[in-house]
Write a protein that binds this ligand. Sequence first.
Ligand SMILES: Cc1cc2nc3c(=O)[nH]c(=O)nc-3n(C[C@H](O)[C@H](O)[C@H](O)COP(=O)(O)O)c2cc1C
Length: 192
Amino acid sequence: MGEPMSVLEAIRTRRSIARMKPDPIPREVLEQCLEAAVWVPNHRLTEPWQFFVLEGEAKRRFAEIRRNFRRTQLPNPDAPEAQAALEKVYQDTVQTPVIIVVTSRITEDPELREEDFWSTFGAAYAFMLAAWSYGIGTYFRTGGLRDYPPLREFLNLQEDRRIIGILYVGYPAEIPQKRRTPASEKTVWLGG
Ligand SMILES: Cc1cc2nc3c(=O)[nH]c(=O)nc-3n(C[C@H](O)[C@H](O)[C@H](O)COP(=O)(O)O)c2cc1C
């Protein structure tokens, strides 16, 4: 598994990885990252998350669902160029080594509901950092696919669960550059 990089280095250097190598990811590394994810801060310790790790046949089924969803968004889905784009969605998805659907519970209490979603995203981010510290890239995506009924049916999701995002996981083929505004321009120090 090798030595993970420091937390600070992982935070600073992690990027969303769109282009991944097809190399498989060892199960024990994924388990380590999931075990790290659940140590996110969590008000009232509700532990609202559940992760669906898709590999093999499940990933192929997910790829079909993702392609079908994309189809619903195209103005002219039967045009030849649309076919190529839809095939690319399918291929990109099946070639991603691991896909993790991150879900959170939905409570009646609006305050708790919001906090549960924050925590679950925090868990996803902790997973992303842990993975990156082992040299594994991730891409967290949201969008309308989260609420697409066939995806919910495939996962057999109960009414009280929401998909908060989908994590695409694999070794980076390319690490893009991104920019950030320095925190000093976003920070107000008071009283010092
Ligand atoms: C809550 C959340 C939702 C996101 N959803 C999407 C998405 O649907 N599609 C996408 O391409 N990127 C999505 N991203 C990734 C961002 O585009 C990415 O983090 C941003 O470009 C900064 O790049 P970096 O992660 O490499 O620093 C999402 C990120 C977050 C935090």
